[in-house]
Design a protein around this ligand. Structure first.
Ligand code: GSH
Length: 81
């Protein structure tokens, strides 16, 4: 199952959420608003305090950067699995 670390007001996160919805992909939404304790997990996972962060354990991928994530989703999940 894909996991998206994000917060609702982030426009880059919205871009990724919209793509996940467009492709009809189920995912776990991890809300990590800045200033919250939970946010530290992003550093632990990816080494950078930035969202969106996508974790795809099936493909062993941990990825920042919304444009890259969107491209990755289109390439790997563009055809319904
Ligand atoms: N180029 C990045 C920009 C992502 C970005 O700037 N995210 C903001 C939230 S909207 C962030 O996490 N900034 C780091 C911070 O707030 O500490 C992308 O497209 O994903």
């Amino acid at each position: 199952m894909l996991e998206l670390y994000q917060f609702e007001q982030c426009p880059y996160c919205k871009k990724v959420r919209d793509k996940l919805t467009e492709l009809n992909i189920d995912y776990i939404c991890r809300n990590v608003k800045k200033g919250t304790e939970k946010r530290q997990i992003i550093m632990t996972i990816g080494g950078k305090d930035q969202v969106p962060l996508l974790v795809d354990l099936d493909n062993q991928v941990i990825m920042y950067e919304s444009d890259r994530i969107v491209e990755f989703l289109e390439l790997n999940y563009g055809v319904k699995k």
